[in-house]
Design a binder for this molecule. Structure first.
Ligand code: 3HC
Length: 319
């Protein structure tokens, strides 16, 4: 049994009292490390998550849909920036985080390794993927680490618009002609199970959940949030007149929740390990964007250096 130090006892007492931990506070090294792990993966997910939708901006059916999709993709970039900034407060450098992503060492959400095959996928992603993200991110507004919680407040406000615009696309298609209805159903068929996988492995398979719950990084477990998502989303699919692709899905009067079928965890771990349909394409796109953006970073650094020199010269003049 590891010896608990006085500092660790005091830290846990702060967590149990629902106090916020701030960057300058003492924290166990493992607490800091698991936050860097989770927040960096969250940030990477936001940035990689721009790619599947970016693929449809030029093919949106009208200007209104194009503007909404453009706004959503730009929001995701901003979410990534908030989260990288929150992660940097833990003493890690952004360049290092990006190297971890580009080298394939870092994880990002499995969901973004699936292809977007039709316009209906923009609806399914907004409705299901951002819907699942909201289910997972609202509790994170109360996570014990201050900068992460504050970043989540802004992110969640924007996510609700993302989910609504996606659901509106699905509603328009499901009230359209036969071909449009089929397109919406096909997108639901392809995005339903990967959306359930977003919540992570089952609780009894999760190496991080118990500790993250004890440190109030997580407020609910993976399975609890997954269940909430299913219970909230099934009625929405019924309203659309679409069928959830799970023959075992059925309302359980006793629990007041939906029972649902088994998740294909082989598929999940296969995608997490880098063998999903689009993993290589996503990393290639991110590396290319990073390389092509080098001139912007160089210009910003050169400007910052010039400003520093000017400020220093002005100080010397006054002194
Ligand atoms: N994709 C990829 N890896 C996943 C995963 C997924 N969907 N779910 C779990 N994993 C990984 C974990 O990172 C962990 O690996 P690691 O120890 O090497 O980091 C391993 O599988 C075991 O999973 P755990 O459940 O033990 O890990 P966590 O306690 O970290 O829980 C999580 C996983 C629920 C995703 C948690 O990290 C979390 O809540 N993260 C913050 C939210 C987030 O990152 N969401 C991703 C989507 S962001 C998004 O959707 C943007 C929106 O705008 C569309």
């Amino acid at each position: 049994m590891e010896k608990v130090t006085v500092l660790e006892e005091q830290f846990q007492a702060r967590i149990d009292a629902d106090e916020r931990i701030e960057p300058k506070d003492w924290m166990p090294e493992k607490y800091r490390k698991t936050l860097i792990r989770q927040i960096s993966q969250h940030a990477h997910s936001e940035i990689v998550g721009m790619l599947p939708e970016g693929n449809w901006v030029t093919r949106a059916p009208n200007l209104r849909r194009k503007v909404a999709l453009l706004a959503k993709v730009q929001d995701e970039a901003g979410h990534g920036l908030y989260l990288y900034s929150a992660c940097e407060t833990l003493g890690i450098d952004r360049e290092e985080l990006l190297d971890q992503l580009h080298s394939g060492k870092a994880k990002y959400s499995s969901i973004f390794n699936y292809p977007t095959l039709s316009w209906a996928d923009m609806g399914a992603i907004g409705w299901l993927v951002d819907g699942a993200a909201i289910m997972n991110q609202v509790p994170l507004c109360r996570t014990s680490y201050g900068p992460y919680a504050r970043a989540m407040v802004r992110v969640c406000k924007e996510e609700s618009f993302h989910q609504r615009q996606g659901y509106e696309i699905m509603l328009t298609l499901s009230r359209g002609n036969e071909a449009q209805k089929e397109m919406a159903q096909d997108a639901l068929n392809r995005w339903w199970w990967p959306s359930l996988m977003m919540f992570g492995p089952a609780d009894d398979e999760s190496p991080n959940t118990a500790q993250s719950m004890a440190w109030r990084i997580k407020r609910f477990t993976n399975d609890e949030l997954r269940q909430r998502f299913v219970d909230a989303t099934v009625p929405q699919a019924e309203f659309l007149g679409l069928t959830i692709p799970d023959p075992d899905l059925k309302w359980n009067e006793e629990t007041g929740q939906y029972d649902f079928g088994a998740i294909d965890w082989n598929e999940f771990w296969n995608v997490v390990k880098g063998n999903g349909p689009c993993n290589r394409e996503r990393l290639r796109a991110r590396r290319k964007a990073h390389d092509e953006g080098a001139w912007v970073r160089d210009a910003a650094m050169a400007y910052a250096e010039k400003r520093r020199q000017r400020t220093e010269a002005a100080r010397e003049e006054v002194a």
